[in-house]
Design a protein around this ligand. Structure first.
Ligand code: NDP
Ligand code: GDR
Length: 350
């Protein structure tokens, strides 16, 4: 029987890769998208087919994590076997400006979705997109047993969602898991996260369009992996015999400064000539160093990332250079699935 998955955040970086991954595995994929005055489906346009087409397996539904009754209705209508909760206000710096909105979607949105699942009576499995930001100031290496000490409204909202996910497992016996994912990037990464901000700037500086890029704290250390490998890990967590929580990470730490050196070097540029400091990118509290220990995911799920930072940076710089050469259009770095026509015209939504 065809398995059915529901993804919140399908228009985001991870949602787009996960949709591709699940379609490739034969799933019927349903995604919740937010109504906006402009199209926000650029990352999944290549997967879209008219739902009237026989054999169509990707379906989009309007909805929002702040709208609980809509989530109840969608759960009843779709009756998924697996739910991936990737939707969130996911930008840490922005969460300091909009703590209430961040908590609404990132924290309470998770409880709304868990409640919708509980009351639906469905026997579906639930994946929560938890984050290494929950470790905050706990020293590395961080694993599933490390103390949680978030340092931002985003981190505290993710902590609430993390504990809610565990609580629904313990209290109601639901199959709920937390994937505690360290930073993962790709050519589809949002343009205001530091990795993509840098690789985009490299492409623009190389082309003579810009001279500088303005950044905040370049001493922060992150464990950067490659997003397509991480969505595989999400799926593996939901295929396990019992629900549990897992860290996904490469186990290697690099500073933003290291990222800069690799990225500018890939285009034959000297980063120190092009990077300037702007304190608007500093955060009231910073997570200085996160480096993950994914031993458990390796041992239990057989998950092991292959792409480390030098290759990741090369992939991203090359993609941004290519995107610029093609008029700066968003990069869809994976071809459409065989037999799936690419549609960029209006969606078949109300
Ligand atoms: P993105 O920021 O690229 O995508 C976020 C998605 O959430 C978008 O589809 C966005 O929709 C959607 N969204 C935002 N607010 C709402 C809302 N109120 N209701 C419904 N949907 C909403 O994030 P990523 O793909 O990078 O990350 C996916 C998830 O994993 C997020 O929860 C993030 O916090 C978490 N995470 C990410 C990590 C990473 O390194 N990428 C690491 C650890 C955790 P729209 O397109 O309309 O804005
Ligand atoms: P992060 O990612 O906060 O780790 O959250 P981000 O790329 O935003 O920042 C990484 C580090 O770079 C420093 N930095 C800057 N960051 C941004 N965005 N812009 C700048 O100009 C800049 N200059 C320096 C930051 O201070 C920080 O130390 C990401 C998100 O995807 C979360 O949703 C996810 O949960 C975590 O990764 C794991």
């Amino acid at each position: 029987m065809t398995r059915r998955a529901l993804i919140t955040g399908i228009t985001g970086q991870d949602g787009s890769y996960l949709a591709e991954f699940l379609l490739d595995k034969g799933y019927e994929v349903h995604g919740i998208i937010r109504r906006a005055s402009t199209f926000n489906t650029g990352r999944i346009d290549h997967l879209y087919v008219d739902p009237h087409t026989p054999g169509a397996r990707l379906f989009l539904h309007y909805g929002d994590l702040v709208d609980g009754s809509r989530l109840v209705a969608l759960l009843a209508e779709i009756a998924p076997d697996e739910v991936y909760n990737l939707g969130a206000q996911s930008h840490v710096r922005v969460s300091f400006d909009e703590p209430e909105l961040t908590s609404e979607s990132t924290a309470l949105g998770t409880v709304r979705l868990l409640e919708a699942i509980r009351h639906s009576g469905l026997n579906c499995r639930f994946y929560q997109a938890s984050s290494s930001e929950m470790f905050g100031s706990s020293p590395p290496p961080q694993n599933e047993n490390t103390a949680l000490h978030p340092r931002s409204p985003y981190g505290t909202a993710k902590l609430f969602a993390y504990w809610s996910t565990r609580n629904y497992r313990e209290a109601y016996g639901l199959f709920t898991v937390n994937g505690i994912l360290f930073n993962h990037e790709s050519p589809r990464r949002g343009e205001t996260f530091v990795s993509r901000k840098i690789t985009r700037a490299v492409a623009r500086i190389r082309a003579g369009l810009d001279a500088h890029v303005y950044l905040g704290n370049i001493n922060a250390v992150r464990d950067w992996g490659y997003a397509p490998e991480y969505v595989d890990g999400m799926w593996r967590m939901l295929q396990a015999d019992t629900p549990d929580d897992y860290v996904l990470a490469t186990g290697t730490g690099h500073s933003v400064r290291d990222f800069l050196a690799l990225a500018f070097d890939a285009a034959g540029l000297d980063w120190e000539r092009h990077v300037r400091f702007d304190d608007r990118y500093l955060r009231p509290a910073e997570v200085d160093t996160v480096i993950g220990d994914a031993t458990k995911a390796h041992a239990t799920l057989g998950w092991k990332p292959q792409v480390l930072l030098p290759e990741l940076v090369r992939i991203m710089v090359e993609a941004d250079i290519r995107a610029l050469e093609h008029g700066g259009t968003p990069t869809v770095d994976c071809p459409a699935l065989p037999g799936w026509p690419t549609r960029t015209e209006a969606r078949h939504l109300r």
